[in-house]
Ligand binder design. Sequence first.
Ligand code: ZN
Length: 679
Amino acid sequence: MRKKKLLEHPVRMFREEELSKLPKDKGKPVVIAELFSPGEETVLVLNVYEPKILEQSNYMPSYRIFQSSATYLMQDIKNGRWRGCSWKYMLRACDQLGYFYGYLLPHILDHESEKRIAEYFGKPSEADEAFWLVYRAQGRILARKNERRKRRICEVTKEKMELVPPVGKDFLRWAEEERLYWSRFVFYRYARKKQMRGWCTCCRQEVLIERGTVRHNKKGICPNCKKQVTFIASGRKPRQMTHVAKISKLECADGKILYREFYISKDYGGIFPHTWDFKCTEEMRWYLDAEGRIESYRRCIEYGMVGKWYRSRKTYTKATILYPGGILEAVSKTPYQYCALSDYLKANPREKIYPVGYLQAYQKFPGLEYLVKARLYKIVWDLMELPGRTRNLKTGRDLRTVLEIKTKQEMELVRNNMVGLNDLRNVQKFIAGGVKLTSEELLCCFRLYGADEELLKDNQYLPLKKLTGYLASQVDRFGTGRGCRLDQKPETIENQEIDEHRRFLGLWRDFVRFMEELHYETKNEILFTPYDVHKEHDRLYKEYEDMRNKKKQAEQRRKDRKLKKYLAEEKSLLDGKIENKKFQLVVPESGAEIRREGRLLGHCVGSYTDNVLSGQCQIYFIRKKEEPEKPYYTVEWKKGRIVQCRGKKNCGYNKEMELFLKSAEKKVNRLKKFDEKAA
Ligand SMILES: [Zn+2]
């Protein structure tokens, strides 16, 4: 398909007479299909209109999709751009304009369009919904394109990937035994004898176990290899027992550093002695150059291409455990030679890290080496997690300048490895914000509530130390578990304790807000520590709701008074003047009467009172003459037209009523001296 040729096809405008065919659901884009033959092949043209734009009397389509058997193209009419984007993405583009959420099906305007689409794809028109025909055809085209693309890129990368040697035995042994260090078991067969037979997965030996010395699923020591293992009674082993992990490895590859990431799994079998299947699959390769740039490759998992490598843009991964072997060889003769990564690893074995992030951080900030040698591991970790953080470091020769440390206290924190960069900044922010706590207390505070800036506001009502003490007493008294004080060590605080503290903090914050809104006195600290914050919260909430309801009711009364006055004028103008033999038009008396009508007829006219008051529209009742009090139909008059007429539960009306409405419309306009042209 040639764009130039496609442009010769005239833009199909929406026609005014087609407006009546629009779906009730205003969110749906509307489609009209046409056929067009630019060359030998006929092209299906789908014109997409957006109802919101049609409403503004703009009858241009928003998009045109040209569909041939081999490809498709989309023209964005508004900005004249072409995109190879599918029907699905077109819908998403409409979605961005805020019309609907997700993939709502478009509305195919008329039967001819449906027929054209169906015939184009050679299907009987009733057999399928037209939309899905296009959708599936595009899916097939896209899949073919993707496969071709992938095949092409795999061809390109093949040679380069084959240069990488397979991993060695040492690495595999490390992966199986060291990396999954917690996956060590002694499976034993429970017996009523003095000694039970067992099998250790660590030393791979049969062992004899004294009965009564071990328990199922509990840790212990293997009697043979003396390593820590978990004892599992063979009969109680779960059917599926698989342990997985990610590991990585650094190598050198002609001047660059090669980072390889693997997925490993250990799957324990069904029958005693439960030996296992170990699998190690390489998933990713990154080449890191001297400037810190990454060239990334991934392995296909698609059927038919499993294991082939393709170039990928992804340069993010989770933290992995790095194989300690070969790091020095990998970085030697590169600018990363003195990066001290292996020193870091030695000091923090079995820790998940970001090896590439580490090297990138070093490339941007060579001082990383000294941070590792000074054992400031937390700060190093923050830098390797997001190497961009090196931007926040200042240049200088000593730690104080580089990290912008201002006080002795902060220096202590950094030296003792208690804070990373983030926490250091938070500590500084809170101290500047007037919080009077030691840094240890602050760290405990962050662990409990998160380094949330709202705490600074809380601190103004009640100093954080008192607040925590108070919340702890609430947890002790009314919550589950134990309350925490700020003199605790942050690592010793458990998640459940954190949840409870945050729950009570939430209640307390609401309680304080209600106090403010209700204009209670807020100077005295004692008032902020009620005996039961939950109860006090509920009490104030009720009070607060009452206050809001009162305000709302007063507002409603004021509006109703105004509305009544307005309706009285209307009544004297119209009441009793518009009728025929059967029906009469009645002007409502008050807002309450309009709401009652809505309630009795089961429609939503009650919500129109504000619009009536602002003069946007007018509501009239139509009653049968023999039952003038009984609600029958309700009409909305707007700018000289009766735009809606609704009966019980939004039902429509018959010919008789239609005639009455027509004459009523004229009479209302005459009596109100309404001039349509002036409006
Ligand atoms: Zn053992």
